[in-house]
Ligand binder design. Structure first.
Ligand code: NAD
Length: 352
């Protein structure tokens, strides 16, 4: 065994069917008496339902969570936090809702209970991305790491087929980069491999039958593991490219990850023989990038950046940006090769 450093992140995880029923107990366990329930406008009904479930321990709902966590929205939420003397945040939703909860925690140090309803994995990380003046900046702070995460499989049954597939591939991307991260270790690798396996088996079933309970349970378990990997390991080319593409061309988050993943992995593959061997074992394939590209087709995820709103003129711009601030990556970063990668992803071609 090679030497390694493993730092466990302090979070309590409750997983199962119907687990959201334990929300009042978890709130009481944290000693919160005046929680604020946050959600997106699309999940306002659920927010009201869970607020009612908390009764006197909830002082209101704030259902304005928005993709990429704009600071103006957080400012409005902070006003409510101050006015109602909030002492804890409960977030029900995907990565956008979790982002708002984390932004509140960063400014207030309030405890958070997250009830994730997608596979984005943000609930397991001390990472927060916020947008101010059109620029998204990411930071790491233990202040934003949620205290409690309640995974309830039943709440994921309503996640539409399309978003289930892209969100699941977004989660797989965390684990793929965790397997070859500079600071990876045997524990992260175990979680990554298990996460990739659970999601890659479950997602094609969900694409056919979104109400399949076993597949939904496996997918959420996989998402938990992949989120934990994202929280514990540094990321490389794939996440960097998705960040650039999302920020520069306002592309949807999960879809961008789903499209880029096979291409970024193909780029790095020659430099990471052992992680590739692990992925191929768990995916049951002799070509991991191609298998992930096919998985995208099976879950009906978009395959081409041109189909999700990226202009052709953006290819060169994105390649320049990917080279602008140096960062660690297992394969050397070469401008021409990166441009070719983005070009293939823009066209929707199989990974090169
Ligand atoms: P999202 O949270 O924006 O959700 C997309 C839409 O689906 C929303 O309208 C939401 O209300 C709806 N939805 C969510 N769950 C549903 C369900 N079960 N049934 C029906 N509708 C549902 O999408 P996302 O992909 O989960 O999150 C993306 C955001 O998360 C991005 O801003 C991204 O940067 C961030 N993120 C952050 C981290 C981190 O560690 N900081 C990790 C992953 C993603």
């Amino acid at each position: 065994m090679e030497p390694f450093v493993y730092e466990a992140l302090p979070a309590r995880v409750v997983f199962g069917h119907g687990t959201v029923g334990q929300l009042p107990d978890e709130v009481a366990r944290l000693g919160c008496a005046r929680t604020l329930l946050v959600a997106t406008p699309q999940q306002a009904q659920e927010a009201e339902h869970f607020a009612a479930m908390l009764g006197g321990r909830c002082v209101g709902t704030f259902v304005q969570a928005t993709m990429h966590t704009p600071v103006e929205v957080t400012a409005r939420a902070m006003q409510v936090v101050a006015e109602r003397k909030v002492d804890g945040v409960v977030a029900v939703g995907g990565g956008s809702t979790t982002g708002l909860s984390k932004a509140i925690a960063l400014r207030s140090d309030l405890p958070q209970i997250i009830v994730p309803t997608t596979y984005a994995g943000s609930e397991m990380t001390p990472i927060l991305g916020e947008t101010a003046d059109g620029q998204k900046k990411t930071q790491r702070s233990l202040k934003v790491l949620p205290e409690v995460v309640i995974y309830d499989v039943d709440l994921t049954l309503t996640l539409p087929k399309g978003l289930s597939g892209t969100s699941g591939l977004n989660a797989i991307a965390h684990a793929v980069e965790g397997l070859y991260a500079r600071d990876t270790n045997p524990i992260i690798s175990l979680m990554a491999e298990e996460g990739i396996g659970a999601l890659s088996r479950a997602l094609p079933t969900i694409a056919v039958d979104p109400l399949d309970q076993t597949a939904r349970s496996d997918a959420l378990y996989g998402a938990f593991l992949c989120g934990a990997v994202l929280g514990a390991a540094g990321m490389a080319l794939h996440h960097k490219l998705c960040h650039i593409l999302g920020g520069s061309f306002d592309l949807p988050h999960a879809e961008t990850h789903a499209i880029i993943l096979p291409h970024a992995l193909a780029y790095n593959a020659p430099a990471i023989p052992r992680p590739i061997a692990r992925m191929e074992r768990v995916l049951g394939t002799a070509n991991a990038p191609l298998r992930l590209y096919e998985l995208g087709r099976e879950v009906e995820a978009p395959r081409a950046l041109k189909d999700i709103g990226m202009p052709a003129a953006g290819i060169g711009v994105a390649a320049d940006l990917a080279m602008a601030n140096p960062y660690w990556n297992p394969a050397p970063l070469q401008r021409k090769e990166i441009e070719r990668l983005i070009e293939r992803a823009w066209e929707g071609l199989p990974p090169g």
